[in-house]
Design a protein around this ligand. Sequence first.
Ligand code: SF4
Ligand code: F3S
Ligand code: FES
Length: 242
Amino acid sequence: MSEPRTLTINILRFDPHDKNDVPHIESFKVKEADGMTLYVVLNEIREHHDNSLKFDFVCRAGICGSCSMLIDGRPGLACRTLTKKLGSTITLAPLPLFELIGDLSVYTGKWMRGLNERLETWIHDKESSFNVDALEERMEPEVADAIYELDRCIECGCCVAGCGTIQMRENFVGAVGLNKIARYHLDPRDKRSDEEYYEIIGNEEGVFGCMTLLGCEDVCPKELPLQSKIAYLRRMMLKTAL
Ligand code: SF4
Ligand code: F3S
Ligand code: FES
């Protein structure tokens, strides 16, 4: 059996709350183990090298979306990235565009909350909103499946970090926002009209801002069909505008 590799982990470190700190790279050596993920690497660094290292995680299973970061320059989830898929020198940096908490920890939750409030990502049932006794409307299984597929978004922010448009249009809702709108538009319980959807995303901060750069779908760890959903929304919006 071959000797395990020694990995060099370069981490971009910075504490924005310490006015004496400046962004800098720190390197750590870690012995690779079988089935090792970057999440395990980071824990090892925190345990054996530097317990001040900041990074986020909750589920360790690609479900919560909190461990997203730049891995060799590409957005991804630390807990779903095996070191064996990477070279022996790995560079980690926080996701750009989101508020930096420190080191690899960013405040994606704040950005996502703002997005959800802006797009009103909840069922708009104009008639019986608060009638708890009302029977739920029957839904065809194919429709439920299609909604479930889009509901798999874990709000990790990888598609936002991988999208060049947001660098130019800071209020662009990104693939995550467009995916959410596609999800609610599919849902027969949501009674918003196409014109109301147009008001929300029929503009340059919405579907007409997307320049089809395709980075979003490339980096989405849940492999959501972002491209086809954006194309569908664009067609729907153009039809509404005519
Ligand atoms: Fe993450 Fe994909 Fe959702 Fe974007 S669409 S936030 S990349 S899961
Ligand atoms: Fe950005 Fe994806 Fe459109 S990367 S420009 S949202 S196709
Ligand atoms: Fe939850 Fe990685 S820790 S997605």
